[in-house]
Design a protein around this ligand. Structure first.
Ligand SMILES: [Zn+2]
Length: 167
């Protein structure tokens, strides 16, 4: 059992649907954290470490991540994009693309700010704990709108309309 493999097989559908998939990689919204634009990029192949990736997968993940960070950076209130990979809950290699919104700092400044420095790892950890929800709650307008916007902007960037799956 692997959550990412289940998503690739269509057994689990992330909120808003798959944003992008080709023969190598897949991009979708985080399955259970209710923060719009928190995306996950993974190789289609089940591998468990970055070192196991083929160069083609690394290139694909790198370029897609660059495109996605550019797209998310333009969204209202997004101040920074975090990139991270842990593999503690889901072994299938995946990278977290996390938009740090101004409202997150406004709500959690006391927990994540030390003077004028922000503890990014702690912020991500707090968000993953406080905004974790069960399946259907993720299907809300905020998530669906952002997923649709990312899909449309990525489609324009890539010019590969046939390869972008609809929700
Ligand atoms: Zn897998």
């Amino acid at each position: 059992m692997c959550l990412t493999c289940d998503i690739i097989a269509g057994k689990v559908v992330p909120a808003g649907g798959i944003i992008y998939q080709d023969d190598w990689i897949i991009l979708h919204h985080c399955i259970d954290i209710n923060i719009a634009g928190y995306l996950i990029v993974s190789p289609v192949r089940h591998v468990e470490t970055y070192g196991d990736l083929h160069e083609a997968e690394i290139r694909k993940i790198g370029v897609l991540t660059k495109d996605i960070t550019a797209i998310l950076s333009e969204f209202n209130g997004v101040e920074k994009i975090y990139l991270a990979s842990f593999g503690e809950e889901t072994a299938h290699f995946h990278a977290h693309i996390f938009p740090r919104y101004k409202w997150i700092i406004d709500h959690h400044a006391q927990d994540v700010c030390l003077g004028n420095k922000i503890d990014g790892a702690k912020l991500l950890s707090i968000c993953r704990e406080k905004y974790k929800v069960e399946g259907q709650i993720m299907e809300n307008d905020g998530i669906r709108d952002v997923v649709a916007k990312v899909r449309n902007r990525l489609r324009k960037k890539l010019g590969l309309q046939d390869k972008i799956l609809q929700a």
